[in-house]
Ligand binder design. Structure first.
Ligand SMILES: [Zn+2]
Length: 261
């Protein structure tokens, strides 16, 4: 019958009236029966997946949230996207400028050499040397840029976080890239505002995407007014501005208002 909630690789899917299933990458993790599930349980299945009975749909949603925010099922590594869209506490080296990364490795390297020089374990000081080499690399490359280009590009290389490099080819732009849209807001937009339809062509769709009208690389915010739910087709058109931003903006203005949190 369809996906009713989605969070990363987790999905809450409706199988039939009152019968729900929580899946992770399409693999069943739990079945849920609400009070309006048929009393005839044929076809619901009592396999290895746990079965829970709840009194209402909102409890099923609660179970889903719990699962989706809990640990990843055994044997399934989180995808790169998962780790990135996650909390701010994740350490992402691309957020640091090269001099910071260099200094970090130099510190670790010096510490390891100092602490483990006399150790029986010959590997640890070697790691220290490795860290020193990695740490020195950004500074060597800066020197190289200084020699081959000019001090400006050398300086810029040293202080620009790797993340900002790909988003702006013109080094003058100082806008900071907006972080990805929080899953909670995405769900609100897809399930509550759009009713699982493309907000441009109004076609019902299983794989909807949330598009930033003013792009993230230009600092377009994660506000409901800057976000529109699109089918892959319209998304592509919006990305190459075959649908002008002004028209998307006007369309969003006519949609019901929702709060950002
Ligand atoms: Zn569409």
């Amino acid at each position: 019958m369809g996906v009713v909630r989605r969070e990363g690789d987790w999905r809450l899917e409706k199988r039939s009236e009152g019968v729900y299933e929580i899946t992770f990458r399409r693999e069943s993790q739990m079945k849920i029966l609400t009070s309006n599930a048929p009393s005839n349980r044929n076809g619901v299945g009592f396999d290895a997946v746990p079965l829970r009975e709840v009194s209402s749909y909102s409890e099923a949603e609660g179970l889903f949230e719990e699962k989706a925010h809990g640990p990843t099922p055994l044997g399934m590594q989180p995808t790169a996207e998962d780790t990135y869209s996650g909390s701010d506490s994740d350490v992402d080296l691309t957020e640091f400028p090269p001099y910071g990364i260099g200094a970090m490795f130099l510190t670790v390297g010096l510490f390891m050499l100092y602490a483990f020089w006399d150790s029986e374990n010959t590997l640890l000081p070697l790691f220290g040397v490795g860290a020193l080499i990695v740490g020195v690399t950004p500074f060597v490359f800066t020197g190289y840029l200084y020699r081959t280009e000019d001090w400006q590009s050398a300086w810029e290389f040293l202080v620009t976080p790797l993340e900002d490099r790909t988003s702006s080819d013109s080094s003058s732009s100082k806008t900071k890239k907006t972080p990805p849209t929080p899953e909670k807001l995405k769900n609100k937009l897809i399930f509550d505002r759009s009713g699982q339809r493309c907000e441009w062509c109004e076609e019902s769709y299983d794989h909807l995407q949330v598009h930033h009208i003013k792009p993230r690389r230009e600092g377009g915010p994660n506000d409901p007014e800057n976000l529109i739910v699109l089918c892959p087709n319209c998304h592509e058109n919006a990305d190459r501005e075959a649908i002008p931003r002004s028209k998307l903006k006007a369309k969003v203005k006519r949609l019901p208002e929702i709060s950002a949190d």
